[in-house]
Write a protein that binds this ligand. Structure first.
Ligand SMILES: C[S@@+](CC[C@H](N)C(=O)[O-])C[C@H]1O[C@@H](n2cnc3c(N)ncnc32)[C@H](O)[C@@H]1O
Length: 309
């Protein structure tokens, strides 16, 4: 399958891939709607903004998926009312089911990030996680976010792949592939037999949907050019992402049903511990570009007394 060539093709492949992935998305990515998930999203939002968030009255999530960010932020009391938008109706159906289970009320809107038919200046926060790298026309998307925010409102995105960090993460992936036969023997886990992610159908499109990785400077200038001020770009996850990619690569070579529970616990707990190590020791000391994920935040200027900013 060749990569999508036009903006319409990028949107179409994203819709089909995420519709197909929605059913097992939460278990595949270990999405948590308890204390762990709440801590993860509030920490990420604070890192992106550069301060501990208070309470946002009305927030819009772009590419909300199954609700990881919005639902956890609502549970944490950081967001009061939310609109969750996504190009995939399938993802939003899972989000609505998750919201019902948690007793939360959210509005959902199916649509492309650039063309949401929502009123101007109607949100205090426009945010997203792991979505910008799927959008075909980022300058147009940032102009749309600017339109939707009230003056003084905040923009915050986390979990965007850094170009340099992505290249560094190829090393643990390669190492894990070389060690995979030994690992499977140690785990008594037979090799995957044409199953899992390599299977046919829309799951084969995973590599087609990620259309960008970023340098910090690119994100800064896209936000600045769209009219935002106080633009901040940070990086997160270095050791945690290497550990996570090595383990996912090993697991991807085995029959998923037969990967031992103890191994999965070790991989999950180890990842959480290394997230803390990254946060306490490395983030803030090393350049953002070295990390696997970038975070960007900005503010829409207040109107000056003389007229629109
Ligand atoms: C990697 S998932 C992240 C989902 C969720 N934010 C999370 O962190 O779990 C990317 C999401 O972006 C959505 N998406 C992709 N292209 C989009 C577009 N053009 N407009 C709006 N949403 C889009 C996908 O459908 C998917 O739900």
């Amino acid at each position: 399958m060749s990569p999508p060539a036009t903006a319409a093709e990028i949107r179409d492949v994203n819709t089909r891939y995420h519709d197909a992935a929605a059913g097992d998305y939460d278990s595949k990515w270990g999405i948590d709607f308890g204390p762990v998930g709440r801590r993860q999203v509030t920490t990420k939002l604070a890192k992106a903004l550069g301060f501990a968030p208070g309470r946002f009255d009305r927030a819009l999530e772009i590419g909300a998926g199954t609700g990881y960010f919005t639902l956890n932020l609502m549970e944490a009391g950081v967001v009061r009312r939310a609109v969750c938008s996504d190009i995939s109706a399938g993802m939003l159906q899972v989000l609505s089911a998750n919201a019902r289970r948690l007793g939360l009320e959210v509005e959902t809107v199916v649509g492309d990030a650039e063309r949401l038919g929502l009123p101007d200046e109607s949100f205090d926060l426009v945010f997203g996680h792991a979505v910008l790298h799927h959008l075909p026309d980022l300058p147009a998307a940032f102009r749309a976010f600017h339109r939707l925010l009230r003056p003084g409102g905040r923009l915050a995105f986390a979990g965007e792949p850094s170009r340099h960090g992505d290249r560094l993460a190829a090393l643990p992936k390669r190492g894990a592939l070389a060690l995979a036969p030994l690992w499977r023997a140690a785990m008594s886990a037979p090799a995957a037999n044409g199953g899992g992610e390599g299977e046919g159908g829309d799951h084969d499109m995973e590599w087609l949907v990620d259309v960008h990785s970023f340098s910090p400077g690119e994100l800064r200038s896209i936000a600045g050019d769209a009219g935002f001020e106080a633009v901040r770009v940070g990086g997160e996850e270095l050791l945690a992402s290497w550990f996570g990619w090595a383990n996912r690569t090993l697991e991807g070579t085995a029959d998923p049903e037969l990967v031992p529970w103890l191994w999965r616990q070790y991989a999950y707990r180890g990842y959480l511990v290394l997230q803390q190590v990254d946060r306490r020791l490395l983030e803030g000391r090393l350049p953002p570009a070295w990390f696997y994920n970038l975070l960007v935040s900005a503010r829409k200027p207040q109107r000056s007394a003389a007229g629109p900013a």
